[in-house]
Design a protein around this ligand. Structure first.
Ligand SMILES: Nc1ncnc2c1ncn2[C@@H]1O[C@H](COP(=O)(O)OP(=O)(O)OP(=O)(O)O)[C@@H](O)[C@H]1O
Ligand SMILES: [Mg+2]
Length: 254
């Protein structure tokens, strides 16, 4: 069964007298465990589509069915709860809580699951070690590099094992080498937990990490195909081992 069905989604923005058709008529079915990329140039409607699929924005028309529920019909309160229980986000600008440590940031989604503080902090530390940040547990966002902050963001997105992780240009603020490390980490985590990943990018190379590439042009899907030149998630040449870049430990080894 499809995990996500996007049915005839249309989004029209009105600003004063101007009307922008951000999404024209979008139909998509995404299965549990798929790693999908929404690829398109700036202004093609990628973020609008992602935000509508994640219930952050309402469509002008159409339905988004996740796990049998039409999220476009939910109230804000129902949506907030639905997101807390089912969805993880990775943002271009990390969006970490500035006053909280790395561990507290990662532990946050577990609070909504009713998990006690001690258990939350333990699980957050475990996740941070898996993104090779075992040496930065008590650091606040301003005390970390961009790549480190994004790895905290990845740990936070996956910590509660949500059904779906949405990532909007997650490497947009990172250099080339860090981009590869971060992309591999996101894809590896998704595959490890069998999670559905929906990744938005304008970058053809980043799209090659996905199983499926959905190409958007001016609010229309112009192609939706399996990726024939998939980059395996462990393809980066081994970097010199440092305190912060030891490979993700296999859970069975812990
Ligand atoms: N809140 C808004 N109000 C009015 N117009 C908007 C709004 N958000 C987006 N748009 C318009 O909708 C279109 C699609 O925007 P969107 O942000 O989805 O593009 P994008 O593909 O994510 O681009 P980028 O790669 O630059 O992030 C654009 O033409 C944009 O101007
Ligand atoms: Mg965007």
């Amino acid at each position: 069964m499809n995990l996500i069905s996007v049915k005839d989604i249309r989004k029209v923005y009105r600003v004063d007298k101007e009307r922008v058709v951000a999404l024209n008529r979008i139909n998509l079915d995404i299965e549990q465990g798929e790693v999908c990329c929404i690829l398109g140039t700036s202004g093609s409607g990628k973020s609008t589509l992602l935000n509508i699929m994640a219930g952050l924005e309402k469509p002008t028309k159409g339905a988004v069915i996740i796990d049998g529920q039409d999220i476009a019909q939910m109230s804000e309160k129902q949506l907030a709860l639905f997101r807390q229980l089912n969805i993880g986000f990775i943002f271009q600008s990390y969006n970490l809580m500035p006053t909280m440590t790395a561990t507290e940031n990662v532990a946050l989604p577990l609070m909504f699951r009713g998990i006690g503080r001690k258990e939350r902090m333990k699980e957050a530390r475990r996740m941070l070690k898996r993104v090779n940040l075992g040496g930065r547990l008590s650091h606040k966002p301003t005390q970390m590099s961009g790549g480190q902050q994004q790895r905290v963001g990845i740990a936070r997105a996956f910590v509660a094992k949500p059904k779906i992780v949405f990532a909007d240009e997650p490497t947009g603020n990172l250099d080339t080498k860090t981009t590869l490390e971060v992309m591999e980490m996101i894809v590896r985590m998704s595959r490890k937990y069998g999670e559905t990943l929906i990744l938005v990018t304008h970058d053809q190379e980043i799209a090659q990490y996905a199983d499926r590439i959905i190409h958007l042009v001016d609010g229309n899907i112009v192609s939706d195909e399996p990726n024939r030149s998939l980059i395996p998630a462990d393809s980066t040449p081994a970097a010199p081992r440092t305190e912060t870049n030891v490979p993700i430990a296999d859970e069975s080894a812990q």
